[in-house]
Design a protein around this ligand. Structure first.
Ligand code: 5AD
Ligand code: SF4
Length: 469
């Protein structure tokens, strides 16, 4: 699983925010845990429920339906869900005393992995719906309102994306000038630490025509930047209108033709699926941002082998060399796991060495978490928690140093900035650099959705500052 985590991104995602309230309208509160794909899924659940008259709310106490879109990647992520259900149970009781309904639903990867178990452990839960069944939500909710408890975790035979309603333009506009678009789900790689192949299932690519139609809809709704999502996004493949087999590189060229779309990104990739056409896209496509999230997980070949990553550290470095030759401006991002079973201090040193060679502009690092059902959980030589903590701290110190160096290296440079939203302080706006950093500018620098030229003046710990030129 290599979608970057955005843990606990909260509350009411979408659900037809801009739809006119219908007379029978009920309210849904959706809380999103985990990665960007869950953010996208929460929006699509909102779209599906809007058809049944549900509007989004940010206030959980007002909700007739609460959905937790959950993450199962590490133990802590799953445990959080149960403590949140405990909190919601109280609110549900209070609403019941006031004669009001509150259905509680669990979606996402915990739903898929635990199914019925969730209701046994947490009776306040009324519905459990896996990631491939979101198009069935209106029906599931109707059954629950009729008194049933519903578990819907069988992978639907019909294509979820075929059955989800198309997004309403006004709703899309209300979500801002950047958007996610899932093009691929599931994974066939079976890294030995990872639950994704079990929770999200086998690799499935959405067809070209569906992706292009969705991207066009986003563009006419005012979206300027689209991030293509997949657990293993660069394994995406499909048949082009010419009948030929397309990979992600070819798809990016097609999406780059859509008027209004000024920036494209994709995440997350596996080193084994980084083909020549995709590298060429980084060389030739101006709208493809010079930023690549390419997790390596570890720097020791012994550990990489035990992780079933199917590449060595040297393969990875060679690949980065080719990508940098094609696009010298590219900023690298990655994921790391410390304390995988059997990892020695010498193995860990290999990870530090690899980090020093690559110099990541951004990175995410985690302590290995033992996931039942994965081969890693059964391995001998589990690393003690104290050692994991110590290694994680050393790695994060090094990664933070490089991230800061990269930000500082941009001071004085002229860049294109996509203005995204008002800043936290009055008189400011916030945009994104090509390398995904938030950049603070004077509000007069441009309107939301504009791409303006600015000069970076300062690098703070979490954002850059710039002036319009
Ligand atoms: N323990 C710790 N980190 C994990 N990841 C995936 N599975 C585990 C696990 N069992 C990390 C990987 C992946 C990122 C999204 O989460 O680094 O790329
Ligand atoms: Fe998980 Fe590995 Fe697949 Fe990424 S490539 S989703 S880490 S199994």
């Amino acid at each position: 699983m290599e979608l970057t985590e955005i843990l606990d991104r909260g509350s009411a995602e979408a659900a037809g925010a801009a739809e006119p309230a219908r007379p029978t309208s009920r309210k849904v509160f959706i809380k999103t845990y985990g990665c960007q794909m869950n953010v996208y899924d929460s929006q699509r659940m909102g779209d599906a429920l809007a058809v049944s008259g549900y509007v989004a709310t940010d206030a959980i106490e007002d909700a007739d339906l609460v959905l937790l879109n959950t993450c199962h990647i590490r133990e802590k992520a799953a445990e959080k869900v149960y403590s949140e259900i405990g909190r919601i149970r109280q609110i549900k009781k209070e609403r019941a005393l006031a004669g009001k309904e509150m259905m509680v639903g669990i979606a996402g990867c915990v739903a898929q992995a635990e199914g019925q178990e969730i209701m046994l452990r947490a009776p306040a839960v009324d519905l459990v719906v896996g990631p491939q069944s979101y198009h069935r939500l209106p029906d599931v909710v109707r059954r629950v309102r009729g008194g049933e408890k519903v578990v819907e975790t069988d992978y639907a035979i019909e294509d979820k994306f075929e059955h989800l309603p198309p997004q309403d333009r006004a709703t899309l506009r209300s979500r801002g000038v950047t958007a996610f678009l899932t093009i691929q789900e599931g994974c066939d790689k079976f890294c030995t630490f990872c639950v994704v192949p079990y929770t999200r299932g086998a690799e499935v690519s959405r067809p070209v025509s569906q992706i292009v139609a969705e991207a066009e809809r986003l563009a006419v709704s005012g979206v300027r930047e689209v991030t293509l999502l997949g657990q293993n996004v660069n394994a995406w493949h499909g048949n082009g209108p010419d009948g030929g087999r397309w990979g992600l590189g070819r798809l990016l060229f097609r999406l780059a033709e859509i008027p209004g779309l000024a920036r494209l990104r994709y995440t997350t990739s596996h080193p084994r699926d980084m083909d020549d056409a995709l590298i060429a896209a980084h060389r030739d496509l101006r709208v493809l941002m010079p930023y690549l999230h390419l997790p390596v997980q570890a720097g020791s070949d012994r550990v990489l082998k035990a992780m079933n990553r199917r590449h060595t550290a040297a393969d990875y470095l060679k690949l980065i060399g080719r990508i940098r030759a094609a696009q010298p401006d590219i900023a690298m991002s990655g994921d790391f796991i410390v304390g995988f079973p059997g990892e020695t201090e010498a193995d860990f040193q290999d990870t530090l060495d690899l980090v020093k060679t690559v110099r990541y502009a951004q990175a995410f690092s985690f302590k290995y978490s033992r996931r039942p059902g994965t081969p890693g959980a059964e391995m001998d030589d589990q690393v003690p928690e104290s050692e994991k903590n110590e290694r994680l701290q050393r790695l994060q110190t090094l990664l933070a140093e490089h991230q800061r160096d990269f930000a500082v290296s941009l001071v004085g440079r002229k860049i294109d900035l996509l203005i995204e939203k008002p800043g936290r302080e009055t008189g400011q706006k916030v945009g994104r650099s090509p390398w995904l950093q938030p950049v603070i500018v004077d509000e007069k620098a441009g309107g939301i959705g504009d791409i303006v030229q600015v000069r970076i003046t300062k690098a703070g710990p979490h954002s850059l500052h710039a002036v319009a030129i």
